[in-house]
Design a binder for this molecule. Structure first.
Ligand code: NDP
Length: 327
């Protein structure tokens, strides 16, 4: 009898209710692939964009891009992993919300013994994102100031700690005073409740009218214009998400009018496309965690069969830190 794995699938784009659990056949790995048995999977806002149709996908499709577990079998040509290895990943194609899967090996990383499966499932996608934002997107140095929106979220709490460890001043924003407190506890120098206050005015005040060196904006539609107004001349706008909706088309000339600003719209998956770069980014993240610079906070845990509730909670802005699906 063919072995199967319980897997979250969606057959049409829509609300959280479109997700269903199905038994999917589990084959043997082909060349360049491995079979991995998951111990935990991570929830990410990108899963919401894919499920809702904002990032269109061929349907039906499984979901999820981050997990940790044990390698069961390796295909021809895979040399960095062996059966029995502990491993974790952030990777395409989506399909991480499952008990086990066969997938390309290049983005799967051997997991140090001192990092637990839950922790790894809660940090690979979010942590490697912070790694490229702080080290590969624009030159940032000790003493620079960054505005980081949604600072109490999964990516956000890692970013707060990462900035502190690099001597970078991080001004966070968050949707409640409680979330602001959490961001401050994790290393944000300041945190602004952007639902009750004017974050642009406050950033101007906090920087003595100068503005920040870079903005890391994953909120999108609601914050984009204000974010540009927080930058110093020659500052860098990093637009890396759309939690409030996609940024509408805008006039490039605005960048000139506001002081020769720069702008980029990066994705993690370009940065980790090459095996060596991906492994190096993961090693950097593991070092930050093992050195105690970054701790991974899992504030929500849901069994796999409560994935609908997990998505509802994330979309309602009712989560902080990372969320894990338990198997
Ligand atoms: P989070 O845990 O940060 O959750 C999203 C947060 O966005 C919410 O908690 C909320 O925080 C804030 N938010 C603001 N407006 C809205 C809204 N209208 N609806 C829902 N949430 C809103 O998620 P992740 O850590 O998974 O991801 C953070 C962001 O980073 C996402 O936008 C994601 O797509 C992006 N990302 C981009 C990557 C890339 O490479 N481009 C890679 C990884 C993540 P609050 O209540 O404090 O406002």
């Amino acid at each position: 009898m063919t072995e199967t794995a319980r897997t979250v699938m969606f057959h049409q784009a829509g609300g959280p209710e479109v997700m269903e659990i199905e038994d999917r056949p589990l084959g043997d790995p082909g060349p360049g692939e491995v079979r991995i048995r998951h111990r935990a999977c991570g929830l990410n806002f990108i899963d919401v964009y894919q499920r809702s149709g904002l990032y269109p996908m061929a349907l039906p499709h499984p979901l999820g891009m981050e997990a940790a577990g044990v390698i069961e079998a390796v295909g021809e040509g895979v040399t960095h992993l062996r059966p029995g290895d502990r491993a974790a990943y952030a990777a395409m194609p989506p399909g991480a919300y499952t008990e086990a899967r066969v997938m390309p090996a290049a983005q799967i990383c051997p997991l140090p013994d001192a990092i637990g499966y839950d922790q790894a499932a809660a940090m690979m996608l979010k942590g490697m994102t912070v790694e490229y934002l702080f080290h590969r997107t624009t030159p940032l140095k000790r003493g620079d100031t960054v505005l980081f929106h949604a600072a109490a979220g999964g990516v956000g709490l890692i970013a707060c700690q990462w900035a502190r460890s690099e001597g970078i001043t991080l001004i966070g924003t968050a949707g409640t005073d409680e979330k602001c407190r959490l961001a401050l506890e994790h290393g944000a120098t300041h945190c602004i409740n952007y639902r009750t206050g004017d974050f642009v005015a406050r950033v101007r005040e906090l920087t003595g009218g100068k503005g920040v060196d870079a903005v890391m904006d994953s909120v999108g539609k609601d914050t984009f214009d204000g974010s540009l107004d927080c930058l110093k001349p020659l500052g860098m706008m990093i637009s890396f998400g759309n939690a409030s909706g996609p940024v509408p088309p805008f006039n490039l000339a605005v960048l000139g009018q506001k002081g020769s600003l720069k702008i980029t719209r990066p994705t993690l998956f370009t940065h980790i496309a090459e095996h060596d770069a991906c492994q190096a980014m993961a090693q950097h993240l593991f070092r930050k965690v093992l050195d105690g610079d970054v701790s991974i906070r899992i504030d929500q845990r849901f069994p796999l069969d409560q994935v609908v509730k997990a998505h509802r909670t994330l979309e309602a802005r009712a989560t902080t830190g990372s969320t894990v699906l338990e198997l």
